[in-house]
Design a protein around this ligand. Structure first.
Ligand code: SF4
Length: 353
């Protein structure tokens, strides 16, 4: 059987620095069955003539590039079975079906048969990091998050050694909440034994961070610790977690805290959270809320916000931030701490003439 794996064309609309993990696992699955596998990005017209086509998708706002490849491949290879999976296909299968009807199949959620397979990284030899999940789902149910819908059950693995590709220099964990796993210590042992650089890419749950976790984190080669401050409700636990990390010697500039805004919060509430983070000496990384339904990126404006206020944050991130974040630099700390209002904190002075 000939299997075509399609990642939509990478572009500003379909942006990810990571390879399509699900497709790479499907490659392993089909190769183990003796099938011939090809991976492409966007439109590729070389007469491969597949029997089956898998197309992946990303966030719901990145649906147009997905439609582009579905349209092309389903028309070009009329006899091939077309299966569309990934986040957008799982959350918005009706939206896809409205356009493509029965010509395609949508796959919602995970494919259990490929969960334990090592992705076929030989298809992307330039990529040097093993991406893996030691757990799926999350023990929490935050209303703005797609995880409870995509992975409703929390399931944890006891071991991840088999998912680290020989020769890779780094391990990226995409766990939604690894500290919620009953096997986290086992997983940390394996990560430490690997001697590789570790990235808990989706962040750690500050509410579950203890003295022991902090000490175990320090033993890993982990350049950045990521946390989240999505609502003021976790202020106390977050402050404590940051203190624990600093106590074991992790510098505040290596602690990045994601800060959701434009959801149920008010601008002053966002300012308070950014002020807390900068005062605590860590890096604040604003994350604008995006609805789970298909719509263009950054088009949603919550009733508590205005387009102008949202634009102020975007501009401030570009002009006075660094890499989109607000690090605890002295000047920035002064500006944010002294500001009496949201506008004062994020307004930019006109350039000197
Ligand atoms: S803790 Fe994180 S992953 Fe879990 S539901 Fe909340 S936002 Fe989603």
């Amino acid at each position: 059987m000939k299997v075509l794996l399609v990642e939509p064309q990478k572009s500003r609309k379909y942006h990810t620095p990571y390879p399509p993990l699900g497709l790479l696992k499907l490659a392993t699955y089909h190769r183990q069955r003796g099938d011939f596998v090809k991976l492409v990005n966007g439109i590729s017209d070389d007469g491969f003539d597949p029997d089956i086509i898998y197309i992946t998708s990303l966030f719901t706002y990145a649906w147009e590039p997905v439609h582009q490849v579905v349209r092309f491949y389903s028309n070009k290879y009329r006899k091939a079975k077309v299966i569309v999976g990934g986040i957008y296909a799982s959350l918005c299968s009706d939206h896809l079906k409205q356009t493509f009807g029965d010509r395609i199949e949508t796959h919602k959620g995970l494919i259990p048969e490929i969960e334990e397979l090592l992705p076929d990284y030989s298809l992307i030899p330039e990529w040097k990091a093993s991406i893996l999940f030691s757990s799926r789902g999350c023990i929490r149910r935050c209303p703005f998050c797609s995880v409870p819908q995509l992975e409703p059950e929390f399931e944890a693995k006891k071991s991840i050694r088999h998912l680290i590709y020989p020769g890779h220099k780094k391990v990226i964990l995409w766990d939604n909440n690894i500290l919620g796993s009953p096997y986290w210590e086992n997983i940390f042992d394996e990560l430490e034994d690997s001697g590789l650089e570790i990235d808990f890419n989706q962040g750690l749950d500050a509410r579950l961070l203890t003295e022991e976790t902090a000490l175990r984190l320090r033993r890993l080669r982990i350049p950045i610790v990521r946390l989240a401050y999505d609502s003021k409700g976790i202020k106390k636990s977050l402050k404590k977690a940051i203190g624990l990390l600093k106590d074991v010697g992790i510098d505040g500039r290596r602690i990045v805290v994601y800060c959701l805004y434009g959801y149920l919060d008010m601008p002053e509430d966002f300012l308070e959270r950014i002020r807390d983070l900068i005062t605590w000496g860590v890096v604040a990384y604003p994350m604008r809320y995006q609805p789970l339904e298909p719509c263009n990126k950054d088009s949603y404006v919550s009733p508590n916000w205005t387009r102008e206020w949202l634009e102020m944050i975007a501009k401030a991130r570009r002009v006075i931030g660094y890499g989109g974040a607000f690090p605890p630099y002295e000047g920035l700390e002064r500006k944010i701490s002294n500001a009496r209002t949201f506008e004062e904190a994020f307004e930019l002075r006109p350039p000197k003439t």
